[in-house]
Design a protein around this ligand. Structure first.
Ligand code: HEC
Length: 140
């Protein structure tokens, strides 16, 4: 290989590595997007006093310590997490549809635990309804 060509390869390779490093460095807490397919999943549990109350019970057990009583991301363990705990009343959270919230609640993302095994589908929809109610309460 000619020296010129070799230099070009080295430059190409180096810039590829740098691009990758930058991509990883900015992957922090910033954007967590549910896959588009999750949007099509309809909430089978009607939003009602009953389902919100059932969701509240689950929330108090599984979510409260991080997300806080009103969902503001200020639970007692929030400060000890190595990522910012989401404010569930924020417009960018409430703007997502039930399917997207259900997906995130199911999957979790470190340090938020996954709830697929610990909560049934119905329970995850109930807690989705409760997250919705936190958004409504914050608007009042
Ligand atoms: C150990 C702390 C912890 C627990 C417990 C926890 N979360 Fe989270 N949650 C987080 C953190 C941290 C984030 C932000 C994750 C990110 O953006 O990378 C988050 C993000 C979310 C989001 C996405 C917000 C957005 O920006 O779209 C939802 C919805 C959510 N949590 C709901 C819940 C629900 C409901 C529960 C209980 C079933 C729960 N979380 C339990 C820490 C927690």
């Amino acid at each position: 290989m000619k020296k010129n060509k070799k230099n070009k390869m080295v430059i190409l390779y180096t810039s590829a590595v740098i691009t990758l490093l930058i991509t990883f460095a900015f992957q922090g807490n910033k954007d967590w997007k549910a896959p588009d397919s999750s949007k099509d999943k309809k909430n089978p549990i009607a939003y009602s006093d009953e389902s919100v109350a059932a969701g509240k019970k689950i929330y108090e057990k599984e979510c409260l310590n991080c997300h806080g009583k009103k969902g503001r991301g200020d639970g007692k363990d929030a400060a000890n997490q190595d990522a910012t705990v989401a404010d569930l009343t924020a417009a960018k959270v409430q703007a997502q549809n039930d399917g997207e919230l259900f997906w995130k609640i199911s999957e979790g993302r470190k340090p938020m635990p996954t709830n697929k095994k610990t909560l049934s589908e119905d329970q995850r929809w109930q807690v989705t309804n409760y997250v919705r109610s936190l958004g409504k309460a914050a608007k009042k």
